[in-house]
Design a protein. Sequence first.
Length: 506
Amino acid sequence: MTDLITAAQMRGIELAAITSGVVTGLELMERAGRGVVAAIFEEWPEFAQSGGRAVVLCGPGNNGGDGFVIARLLREWGWEVEVCLWGDPARLPPDAKANYERWCTFGAVHPLGEPVFEAAELVVDALFGTGLTRKLEGLEKTALALKGKSAAGFPKVVAVDVPSGLSADSGRYVGETDVDACISADLTVSFHRAKTGHYLADGPAACGRLVIEDIGLDAFCVPEEAVCLAGPNVERLQKRGDAHKFSHGHAFVLCGGVGHGGAARLAARGALRIGAGLVTLGCPPAAILENACQLNAVMLARVADGAGLTEILEDSRINALCVGPGLGSRAETRGLVRAVLLARRASVVDADGLSAFATAPADLFEVLHEACVLTPHAGEFARLFPDIAEHLSAGCTKVDAVREAAARAGSVVLLKGADTVIATPEGRACINAAAYECAAPWLATAGAGDVLAGFITGLLARGFAPYEAAQTAAWLHVDCARTFGAGLISEDLPEVLPSVLRRLHG
Ligand SMILES: NC(=O)C1=CN([C@@H]2O[C@H](COP(=O)(O)OP(=O)(O)OC[C@H]3O[C@@H](n4cnc5c(N)ncnc54)[C@H](O)[C@@H]3O)[C@@H](O)[C@H]2O)[C@@H](O)CC1
Ligand SMILES: [K+]
């Protein structure tokens, strides 16, 4: 599983390496610069053969130091290189200053903003990296100059560590920096491990492509509280040859009233396809006929109200519940959610099941327990956790926000998005990023969230722990969308799952 770290964790790892005496800061900077040049040539092999003209923009910290190394190495490869510096060379930190002075023996350093090559093939953004702490001002001119690409797509823009202006932690532009004034890269080259900001919020769009270069820090371990990229538990997804339907659990999905059953039917279909042994849809008596007309393998049960549900749940074989998709804002909704949660089974609370508590979130938290998964989208999240949503808008990372929400709820929380974040009350967290080579733009379609809720419920029925179920389901959900591709609608997601599972199981 790929670990992601924060800027502070990266500084800790770097410091541990330097104080151990195995490597100097100067050597790490050299490796970083070398890594960037190698990644550039890997991305555009023609650059290694022909040389060209490059502009390297260096900032006032060690990110700028990497820039001076890159300038020197490109020059060694026969490139004509112009270097610009933002700030006062006398105030550069020691390693950056050493590389600045080394570069000065080869060429000039222009103040940023001075005219440089009109037609460069390559621009290296080494202005700010993990040390950016406040809103960037004055970058506008530089960034705007970079926006004008030729018809052939030049100059290619390479960001060192992170595109300047973007927070390496939150993936958002620091201090409400004007997005249009920031640098968007074609390629971002970072070091040791990807940072959370490369995968959250605006990170993927700003980074272009992301390459992580090894700079020899593997002996200095990743901190325990590192976040990882979500991945499926492939082994647990397999079904044993001697199993029968009851060994894969019984999922129960609650359904809305007449004419509102689509969402719950999608969830039920998802739960069945992902391998729950049995799936039952519980609907109000008036909606039985509608649902009976549309379901075959999914069974049906009448659920008039919370009391009726409690009675059904006396059957202890029902081991996973899904409440919320299409449930509507009926007066009984809260009662149904309470009945589900008081049954103390593994449960997914989604959509209307969450919104029903918008005016009294504490009533929901009171009955939630550790076998639950909440699956809000951003709006539902803000209704349940208004103060945490405010922190999020103020620049807190989505990972920290979801961790805080999970701790408050005492349940796993999955906050949806192209950068879905899943966290446990104890602080484990992962990001399921539909970004870079895993981008899934067709997943933004009505009902996709209902299928996700169903996938999680099905895995809970199969005995997956809540965090593992959420992570595996979120990953499969994106992979189904990518496998289907253009034209995807929600109904396709469960239907494409078998081919995804077959591929996973090789
Ligand atoms: N951590 C590591 O292990 C390594 C770090 N390296 C490089 O070092 C970078 C981090 O270096 P630094 O910590 O010096 O940070 P940066 O180089 O990102 O920037 C820090 C400087 O920018 C100033 N600054 C911050 N926000 C500003 C703003 N809005 N406007 C104007 N000035 C602002 C700070 O006062 C400081 O002078 C990494 O991104 C990476 O490129 C590499 O050399 C290799 C190893
Ligand atoms: K940068």
